[in-house]
Design a protein around this ligand. Structure first.
Ligand code: DAH
Length: 338
């Protein structure tokens, strides 16, 4: 019996030494010291031991029980410390490591240019207006004084959705909508998308314009010139050269296209400006009395001016880009440069 007890003790101590977790230690406690444990069993069976041996066996069994529970307590304490430091180590954050860089999005270069243009005109008292991209003939052509057989109405140039309904070909259509809505004074700019059947290095079937319209009593051509020259200086720089050239638009009379000195060659002539030293940036003019009649303004009382500018065109000049498609391909290597 004494032999058996000693074996149990050394077996238990050996298992204690090998235990790898608190759970394993608990299993050992249950196995040896629990209610149905090995030692408990032996102590319960003392009545079968011959009376003269009982004190010795009893003493031994109790001693082993004490040893085991002391050792178990020690092992549990040690295991707790070990598991805690393992947990700390696994959750350790090295705050000295460099951070991971996130790629942040930016505004598209055309959005940036549009916002810049809009800000400049806001500074001169213009308000932003808009209108539908799907437009009817009346606003896109008739009310803008375009004769019925004007070539721009041709299906080869415009994108029709059905008879009389098309994707607007110019933001000028919004001039009419604005004037129908309000009485003078009018001072609006209209940034927006327009659509034409055009597709090459400089033209895209969808592009953007900013329309401008100012109407009141006593608005003169010199007001148009003052506003546009101030815009040119703010957008392209104070010393930028400019010129106003005669042109024709059905909705303005007289009309002018505005050129600025080519920023690429500084006027000496290059590919960008087709060797002229000048670049056209917009069309403009005094509002034609026919347009006022269409919206019910009295042409004897009111005068005004209008202009229309291609946003991609301005962006290409400012950034020195010669292929309009770069704006729409969304190649990050291109977009990240702005
Ligand atoms: N709508 C013209 C175009 O798309 C640009 C334009 C010219 C707008 C003269 C105007 C203007 O308001 O007065 O080519």
């Amino acid at each position: 019996m004494q032999e058996k007890l000693k074996t149990i003790e050394s077996e238990a101590l050996e298992q204690l030494a090998l235990a790898k977790s608190l759970a394993e230690l608990d299993n050992i406690r249950v196995k040896y010291l629990g209610k149905k444990g090995v030692l408990t069993d032996i102590l319960k069976g003392m009545k079968d031991v011959p009376p003269e041996e009982r004190p010795i066996i009893g003493q031994l069994a109790n001693k082993i029980k004490d040893t085991l529970s002391t050792e178990l307590d020690k092992a549990i304490e040690a295991m707790k410390v070990k598991e805690y430091s393992a947990k700390l180590a696994s959750e350790f954050i090295d705050i000295t490591l460099p951070g991971r860089r996130h790629i942040t999005g930016k505004k598209h270069p055309l959005t940036q240019i549009t916002e810049e243009i809009v800000e400049i005109f806001k500074g001169m008292g213009f308000q932003v207006a808009d209108g539908p991209e799907v437009e009817i003939d009346y606003y896109n052509f008739d009310a803008l004084n375009m004769p019925e057989h004007h070539p721009a109405r041709d299906e080869r140039d415009s994108m029709y959705i059905k008879d009389g309904v098309l994707l607007r070909t110019e933001t000028s259509a919004v001039q009419i909508r604005v004037m129908e809505r309000q009485k003078p004074p009018v001072r609006v700019i209209v940034p927006g998308k327009v659509y034409r059947r055009d597709d090459d290095l400089r033209h895209s079937p969808m592009f953007q314009q900013v329309e401008g319209l100012m109407v009141d009593e006593h608005i003169r051509f010199s007001d148009l010139k003052g506003v546009l020259v101030s815009f040119i200086q703010q957008m392209f720089g104070k010393g930028t050269k400019y010129r106003f050239m005669p042109d024709f638009f059905p909705f303005t009379e007289p009309s002018a296209q505005v050129h600025i000195g080519c920023a690429v060659c500084k006027g000496s002539g290059c590919k960008t400006c087709s060797n002229t030293g000048w670049l056209e940036i917009l069309g403009s003019g005094s509002v034609d009395p026919e347009v006022f009649k269409a919206v019910g303004y009295d042409p004897e009382k009111y005068t005004g001016f209008a202009f229309g500018m291609g946003i991609e065109r301005v962006a290409m000049l400012i950034y020195g880009i010669d292929n309009i498609r770069l704006f729409f391909e969304n190649d990050l290597r291109f977009l990240q440069q702005f």
